[in-house]
Design a protein around this ligand. Structure first.
Ligand SMILES: Cc1cc2nc3c(=O)[nH]c(=O)nc-3n(C[C@H](O)[C@H](O)[C@H](O)COP(=O)(O)OP(=O)(O)OC[C@H]3O[C@@H](n4cnc5c(N)ncnc54)[C@H](O)[C@@H]3O)c2cc1C
Length: 388
């Protein structure tokens, strides 16, 4: 029997598996993931600030995956496209007939000297739990040390996850201060970014609202401040230094570390794909392989710019990759991927948010405040239903 292999149990991989199961192909469906659980990446900031328990944003794959799917819990080390095999850390080589690579992203820390080991990324559930324990530890330390840097958080980055984290943290500060018996008024959150203002490339009105919200809640924004180096407890912006005993790294993501060792044509470890999501030709191409989600780089045909990584993009790519694999399986041709964005929705703490929604005529509606939370609940529900 032929084997369709899906790598990664994030939004992209799990939606692909769900769609494959629904189509009941005459092939084995195999899912490989390094952890036995899935986590909702779009809600990691809630765990990082201690507001939400990790169990609320994750589930055990063995309990939710259709029993007809072969589930392998192991880490992908490399892909050998020529022999159509994936090398796993524990299980060695496993062969496929068709591959959907949805390995997701990794933090983009390596570019900045000293960052690795001295900053807290926010890409995986482990990262979020590490950030949470770190914050709890420095707040505990403060009672003895009275060191003001224990009460300072520096956030490097100004994108989606940085803004969501800062807004959630500002909301949580009174509860944290009470729990750890530290003065809430002395806790500081600073944001360092190379752009002049947060989410620079987004709609200016949304950016203005975000600035108002974060600024109003006390975040100190250091725009046009590119972080050049990190040392334990210190952020360097050129010759200037800033001390904080919690340094969160949220400058965006790169693709999986498997990409550079697997011979793909790539940029920042994100695989450049053809318009049908197959792999850009390398050594004659690998036509039975599709790359989706954060590990892929898909350009907007109108602007030529790569779409920002998002769960909505990952889910729609999974639909296209599944259709293309099934079409090839039946001797057919592949289809072009067309992204239909529904807009941008960003949480600003548990009771607020901003959104820019696009209607079918390409017109935008902007929303802010409590009504956006309803949209966010619906969005999170939609993401969940797309994968289980
Ligand atoms: C804090 C935060 C907030 C966000 N908010 C939003 C939002 O509001 N809306 C939105 O649309 N998007 C949001 N995003 C982006 C969105 O979460 C990602 O685009 C989406 O998770 C991509 O899905 P994916 O399946 O490609 O990757 P992932 O969800 O990262 O899944 C990848 C999977 O592959 C596994 N894996 C990785 N490497 C290996 C390996 N070597 N071997 C085996 N398994 C491996 C991982 O364990 C994981 O299960 C947010 C992201 C972050 C970090």
């Amino acid at each position: 029997m032929r084997r369709i292999m899906v790598l990664g149990a994030g939004y992209a991989g799990l939606h692909a598996v769900k769609q494959l199961v629904a189509q009941n192909p005459d092939a084995e469906i195999m899912l490989i993931n390094k952890d036995v659980y899935h986590y909702d990446t779009a809600r990691l900031h809630e765990v990082a600030v201690g507001r939400t328990d990790p169990s609320e944003i994750s589930f055990n794959l063995r309990e939710k995956i259709n029993p007809g799917v072969t589930l392998v819990i192991d880490e992908v080390v490399r892909i050998d496209h020529d022999i159509r095999a994936v090398e796993l850390r524990k299980n060695g080589l496993i062969f496929y007939d068709y591959l959907i690579n949805a390995l997701g992203g990794a933090s983009s820390t390596p570019d900045v000297p000293g960052a690795t080991g001295n900053v807290l990324p926010l890409i995986t559930l482990d990262d979020a739990m590490r950030a949470r324990s770190h914050v709890e530890q420095v707040l505990t330390d403060y009672r003895l040390s009275q060191n003001p840097y224990d009460l300072r958080v520096a956030v490097c980055g100004d994108g989606f996850s940085a803004v969501a984290f800062m807004a959630a943290l500002m909301h949580e500060i009174p509860a944290l201060a009470k729990k750890f018996d530290v003065p809430a008024k002395k806790m500081e959150v600073h944001c360092f970014a190379s752009n002049p203002r947060p989410l620079y490339r987004f709609d200016p009105k949304l950016t203005e609202w975000i600035m108002e919200d974060l600024g109003g809640s006390g975040v100190i924004f250091h725009g046009s401040s590119r972080v050049t180096r990190i040392e334990p407890g210190t952020v360097f912006i050129g010759n200037q230094t800033f001390h904080a005993n919690t340094i969160v790294w949220a400058t965006g993501i790169r693709g999986s570390r498997v990409v550079p060792v697997s011979g793909y044509v790539q940029k920042f470890n994100r695989v450049i794909v053809n318009d049908d999501l197959s792999v850009v030709e390398a050594d004659g191409g690998w036509p039975r392989e599709f790359v989706i989600g954060d590990v892929s780089a898909v350009a907007n045909p109108e602007t030529g710019r790569v779409y920002p990584a998002s769960a909505q993009l990952a889910i729609q790519q999974a639909d296209c990759a599944v259709s293309n694999v099934l079409s090839l399986l039946h001797g057919g041709r592949t289809f072009r991927f067309v992204f239909k964005p529904y807009g941008t929705i960003l949480p600003l703490g548990p009771h607020s948010g901003v959104a820019q929604l696009e209607n079918s005529k390409g017109k935008y509606t902007r929303l802010k405040g409590a009504k956006v939370r309803l949209l966010i609940s619906r969005m999170n529900k939609y993401f969940r239903e797309a994968i289980v």
